[in-house]
Design a binder for this molecule. Structure first.
Ligand code: UDP
Ligand code: MG
Length: 326
């Protein structure tokens, strides 16, 4: 059976690039349908993330004339990750798998069939991984590399050089729906799903038209979101620092007392220095202890699923009444 494939494309002020995107994706999707890689019901789903230009008008007119185009309009600009999630949750209701990609044609659309092939081989998640970063500026390359290293250090599982170009099966989308966090960092959440996955390598091009919606300020905010949504290690670091300063303060105390009794000090110095060291250490330690509890509350509030069953034996048909995956 041919799978119903949805291409999910978030768009924010993309009127300059949209006609070309629709043209190229229509061609690809039709080819995939002809090759038997995409079923009749396959669509491109454009999610308008509260654009202020004519993006939605364009999507509506394309949907009117092109049966492969569908549109979804968000009431406000909620950011790339939320727009993508909205599209994926819509796709989940009618598709066997969904591939997310950017509207600016930076993600190489010629590898789309490879994604579906891997899906047909039984993968639930297929990550698009950039084979090089040659089209990036030196600054973007360096910051990106630093970010991946830092995340690894904090114990966050990320796929190196993978952004949001990926395929997810309906089963993986169902799992994604269970992650109810508000600060969404999809490339951190998806590896947590844990189903069988594979990679497709591609070259990332320059933006086809228009300009990036991710200036440095938004990129930093996004990186910070990624760190604080996945790791409580910064909180633990405070406790460790508090312990170290407290231990160091004992040595400092000894030094101050010896200096005092040797008579090398001005009156009052010993008391002041001792209190600063000791109080500083104790305060940090206390903040760290509070931080540990805050960290626990944070993980409880996220209410992430604690486990996911991948397979069962002796099961003949899906329990939820939906047709089986191809
Ligand atoms: N985007 C979005 N909402 C936003 C910002 C961006 O839906 O608030 C979309 C945008 O239209 C594009 C994708 O997210 O399809 C990636 O954005 P962009 O290409 O500007 O980021 P960059 O590739 O420069 O990191
Ligand atoms: Mg882009």
């Amino acid at each position: 059976m041919k799978p119903t494939v949805y291409l999910v494309i978030p768009c924010y002020n993309e009127e300059e690039v949209l006609p070309e995107t629709v043209r190229q994706l229509t061609q690809r999707l039709s080819e995939m349908q002809a090759q038997g890689l995409a079923g009749e019901g396959s669509r491109m789903l454009f999610v308008d993330d509260g654009s202020r230009d004519g993006t939605w008008r364009l999507i509506e007119s394309f949907a009117g004339e092109n049966p492969l185009v569908r549109g979804l309009k968000l009431a406000h600009n909620r950011g790339h990750q939320n727009a993508l999630l909205a599209g994926l949750m819509e796709a989940r209701t009618c598709a066997d798998c969904a591939i997310s990609l950017d509207a600016d044609l930076q993600d190489d659309v010629s590898v789309l069939p490879q994604f579906v092939q891997k899906f047909l081989e039984g993968c639930d998640v297929v990550y698009g991984v950039r084979s090089s970063r040659e089209t990036d500026t030196l600054f973007k390359r360096a910051t990106a590399q630093g970010f991946y290293r830092f995340m690894k250090l904090l114990g966050v599982e990320l796929v190196y050089n993978h952004a949001d170009y990926r395929l997810m099966s309906r089963r993986a989308l169902d799992a994604l729906a269970e992650y109810r966090e508000v600060n969404l960092f999809l490339r951190g959440v998806v590896p947590l799903i844990g189903y069988r996955s594979d990679y497709v390598f591609y070259e990332r091009h320059e933006r086809f038209a228009g300009e990036s919606k991710y200036p440095l300020r938004r990129m930093l905010a996004f990186a910070l979101d990624g760190i604080t949504s996945f790791s409580v290690k910064p909180l633990r670091l405070i406790s460790t620092l508090g312990l170290l300063v407290s231990a160091g303060s004992v040595a400092g105390l000894l030094y101050a007392l010896i200096s005092h009794f040797c008579g090398h000090t001005v009156a009052g110095w010993t008391a002041i220095v001792c209190s600063i060291w000791l109080l500083g250490g104790v305060q940090l330690l206390c903040v760290g202890v509070v931080g540990t509890y805050v960290g626990k509350i944070y993980s409880e509030v996220k209410a992430r699923p604690r486990y996911r069953v991948e397979q069962k034996t002796g099961e003949d048909r899906p329990q939820d009444g939906r047709p089986p995956l191809p």
